[in-house]
Ligand binder design. Structure first.
Ligand code: 0O2
Length: 269
């Protein structure tokens, strides 16, 4: 097939990947900007390479005319979570979205593949709007933990290296590593609340500090320099205490001071 034709076929898939990445990244940002834990740690995506498409077509005996029908992963999104529990949360989020229609689910987390592969796959339908109209295409979303992703990445490279002839000894090591990944995910789940708590307070602290610094910056145009230096010194003192409640209290007091200056400014106009 001509390269130009491949480009035409794959173009909407490229758009879908780019749009979905923006949407999932925005979701992460939204959680974090509200001081909430994000069940999505990171997201990436790709359009399948032509060489991989040709390989899969050959393996599954698929004709050119049928690639869009038969290949579900021309567009692929990979969502990485910290904990196994997050995978269910992400699946629910996707199922409730009006811009994505889940048409198939493969739960390789509860039912790992023979290779030891674990991941949750969703096939969705997604509308892409192009100059020639709306095209409804399939996208594969793989959802897995950091640990599952580590295993799958290594195993994928070894599969690529050895093709169908993976040495028994390496296969055995991969099987043990897969078991270790299950154990690691379990251990991490056991301390999940502790980890989430500390990540949440880190997130909230960063937000409170950013707000305080912003307020102090705005005060530069209203308050006199000596007072601002006093406020800054007080901020450093409270910050050094390392107590989030104290920092929040300081932020509130600062807001009252800033509000006073704002009211004064309006009265003088
Ligand atoms: P690549 O190079 O990642 O694109 P099916 O239609 O169900 O018979 P299909 O279409 O292979 O089979 O679907 P499946 O089994 O859900 O796998 C889709 C993708 O999941 C694969 O795409 C891999 O990315 C990943 N995957 C599945 N099994 C394994 C595995 O044993 N090890 C690793 N590392 N990844 C796996 P591709 O096109 O095979 O590969």
């Amino acid at each position: 097939m001509e390269i130009q034709l491949w480009k035409e076929i794959l173009e909407p898939y490229q758009i879908a990947v780019e749009e979905l990445l923006v949407k999932f990244q925005y979701l992460i940002r939204e959680y974090r900007s509200h001081g909430k834990y994000s069940p999505i740690e990171e997201v990436n995506g790709r359009v399948k390479k032509i060489s991989s498409i040709l390989e899969k077509m050959h393996k599954k005996k698929i004709s050119f005319e049928n690639i869009e029908n038969r290949l579900d992963d021309l567009a692929g999104i990979r969502i990485i979570c910290q904990f196994v529990e997050d995978i269910d949360a992400v699946v629910e989020i996707i199922k409730h979205r009006s811009d994505m229609e889940v048409i198939e689910e493969k739960d390789y987390v509860s039912n790992p593949k023979e290779s030891g592969y674990r991941s949750y796959h969703l096939i969705i339908r997604y509308n892409v709007i192009t100059l020639s109209g709306t095209k409804n295409i399939k996208v594969e979303i793989q959802i897995r933990t950091l640990a599952m992703n580590f295993w799958a990445t290594i195993e994928h490279s070894l599969q690529y290296k050895y093709r169908q002839n993976m040495p028994e000894q390496i296969r055995g090591r991969l099987n043990s590593a897969a078991e270790a990944v299950v154990a690691l995910d379990k251990e991490m789940s056991a301390v999940r609340h502790e980890i989430m708590d500390s990540q949440n307070s880190f997130q909230i602290k960063a937000m409170v500090v950013a707000e305080i610094l912003n307020t102090i910056q705005n005060l530069y145009s209203a308050a006199n320099k000596r007072e601002i230096i006093k406020i800054q010194d007080e901020f450093y003192r409270v910050y050094k205490l390392g107590d989030l409640d104290e920092l929040i209290k300081f932020g509130r007091e600062l807001d009252i001071i800033a509000e006073g200056y704002r009211a004064q400014g309006i009265a003088e106009q």
